[in-house]
Ligand binder design. Structure first.
Ligand code: NAD
Length: 553
């Protein structure tokens, strides 16, 4: 494991280590259940103040948080790289830049998206009624993220939650706790900068609290009954969290795993598709939920596409993420590398061919391993070569289970129907991509793929478009983050209904009578048809019924 749990004088601690060399990045305390409960209670107290703030106040906070990040982009990128292993280049391009964009979008747009909304209530309007929806924040949002995008995912979710008027408690991954603490620090500094005259000191009563620890601390956060859990992680943990949250009827958004297919037709731009496949499969050392984990290429293009992919893959430099020309950083943990080794072995044993890569990268032996600080004694390195595999088929176990590592298995297909069938033959449904120069075919195929996001001639990056909803079909998740749909997960709608001519009783009130039943039949056959002409014929009956009710008052 990369993170180590120890007992120290001050209580239990987590040591966070750099997966590139095993060196210690820092230590954090492990929050105990009672402390997590206190954090949630404190957060609920702050919520009652925060929910009364204006959208302008909230916008100032989020824009100030952006400024704090902008003032230290390189420092934050180095920390992300040191804790997660990813290249600094990806810390900036895939975490910092997209979350800054999401923050400005939600800061500027939340007020409009959450504006009270009039609902068209059809023929009820003829009765002098109107309906409006107003949006209320939920309360305390508990965020439990994974380690693979440790900055952008929890920070983006927190920014959206705060703009909706909620407060936040984050339990960062045990592999990346210092980045979690950095997020807390960013919001604290932003509160000082943006709300100095506020009657509540939001830096002393933090809007975003961080409770560091491992699975037990996460479970304690769920048990503390926040008003919603936003979880990102594996299917297995997602099921545990959903079950535990159900005890308190706590709603959850679950962002889970993927086994995302890329379909390449023989009319696609193969040079571009090869570049996309390499980036889509190997960025973040393949540890993206939306990584390309299955490539299906039409038979006629298979040879050329494979050659281009292998050529491009062989040029990638593997190494510590803080070197600027490195494309493939260390993987996050020994557990993760072991899964990759298991899947590569499964491909080999089932008859697929390893075209390049296939093992741990020998040139990156960790100098700290011998000290036994973080890595198992049999482990030499957490770097794994980007691996291209041909001759894969859906029957192989490694084509069904999530790998979450730098492997790109390639399978072939003949027809459009076959490609769709192969892509959908999975328990997962997070993202997919279709590559073709025929746009009509691209749209036709995209609509038939069972996945929350499907790109045509693009790959993987749409989590970076904060304006669009993110979430999975099938075992890849429940609910959405990002976009209007994600914002709606963070509020509760309230329906306010008004009778503007409240001078007569409603025809459906008591007492009932034969006239009442006659009128209700009319409601069913005429009013409920939605036709104004039919409803007009109900008026004499309706007025008889109202007169009856008035007499009986
Ligand atoms: P994980 O499920 O092991 O852990 C995720 C988080 O849950 C961690 O913070 C962990 O401490 C916490 N946790 C573990 N057990 C818990 C419990 N019983 N109660 C409460 N919290 C608990 O996942 P991981 O290894 O950190 O992340 C990898 C997975 O995340 C992959 O499957 C990947 O596809 C998925 N992921 C999905 C998305 C998405 O948007 N769909 C994004 C990123 C990662």
């Amino acid at each position: 494991m990369k993170a180590v749990q120890i007992e120290s004088a001050g209580g239990e601690e987590l040591i966070s280590c750099n997966p590139a060399d095993g060196s210690e990045v820092g230590r954090v305390k492990i929050f105990q259940p009672a402390e997590v409960r206190e954090a949630v209670e404190r957060s609920r107290e702050v919520f009652h103040l925060w929910k009364t703030t204006t959208f302008a106040d909230r916008k100032r906070l989020i824009m100030a948080a952006r400024d704090v990040i902008l003032s230290d982009i390189d420092g934050i990128a180095r920390l992300i790289s040191a804790e997660s292993g990813k290249p600094v280049a990806e810390a900036i391009s895939m975490e910092i830049a997209p979350v800054l964009d999401l923050m400005q979008w939600i800061a500027r747009g939340a007020e409009k998206m959450l504006r009270p909304r009039r609902v068209n209530i059809g023929l009820y309007r003829l009765l002098g009624r109107s309906s409006k929806i107003v949006y209320h924040p939920l309360g305390v949002i508990g965020i439990i993220p994974a380690w693979n995008y440790p900055f952008s995912i929890p920070l983006g979710e927190a920014a959206m939650a705060l703009m909706a008027g909620n407060t936040v408690v984050i339990k960062p991954s045990e592999l990346t706790p210092l980045i979690g603490l950095k997020i807390g620090e960013i919001f604290e500094r932003a509160a000082n900068l943006s709300l100095p005259d506020s009657p509540t000191n939001f830096s002393l009563s933090p809007l975003v609290q961080i409770v560091t620890g491992a699975a037990d601390t996460g479970a304690a956060l769920v048990d503390a009954a926040p008003d919603k859990i936003m979880f990102t992680g594996s299917v297995a943990t997602g099921k545990k969290i959903a079950a535990a949250a159900a005890k308190n009827l706590t709603p959850t958004v679950l962002e889970l795993g993927g086994k995302d297919p890329m379909i390449v037709f023989d009319d696609a731009n193969l040079e571009l598709a090869a570049g996309a496949a390499v980036w889509g499969a190997f960025c973040n050392a393949g540890q993206s939920c939306s990584s390309v984990e299955r490539l299906y290429v039409q038979e006629g293009a298979a040879e050329k596409l494979t050659r281009l992919i292998v050529e491009k893959t062989k040029k990638l430099k593997i190494g510590p993420g803080d070197q600027e020309d490195v494309s493939i950083g260390a993987m996050s943990s020994e557990r993760q590398v072991k899964t990759v080794e298991d899947h590569v072995e499964d491909f080999r044993a089932s008859g697929a061919k390893i075209e390049t890569g296939g093992s741990r990268s020998p040139q990156c032996r960790s100098p700290h391993v011998s000290k036994g600080l973080t890595l198992n004694s049999d482990t030499e390195t957490l770097f794994f070569e980007p691996t291209v595999i041909t001759g894969a088929t859906n029957e192989m176990r490694a084509m069904q289970e999530e790998t979450f590592g730098p492997t790109l298995p390639i399978a072939t297909f003949r027809t459009e129907e076959e490609a769709i069938k192969l892509a959908n033959n999975s328990e997962f449904g997070l993202t997919a991509s279709v590559w073709t120069s025929d746009r009509a075919r691209g749209r036709r195929v995209a609509k038939q793929i069972e996945a929350g996001s499907v790109c045509i001639n693009e790959v993987l990056y749409t989590h970076g478009i904060g304006q669009t909803p993110w979430g999975g079909f099938k075992s890849s998740g429940r609910g959405r983050t990002h976009g209007l749909e994600g914002l709606m997960e963070l509020v509760q709608p309230q329906h306010i209904h008004t009778n503007h001519i409240a001078i007569l009783p409603d025809a459906w009130w008591m007492p009932y009578s034969p006239t009442a039943i006659q009128t209700f039949r009319g409601f069913a056959t005429k009013f409920a048809s939605g036709s104004i002409m039919k409803t007009a014929r109900l008026l004499p009956q309706l007025s008889r019924r109202i007169r009856e009710l008035l007499k009986k008052q």
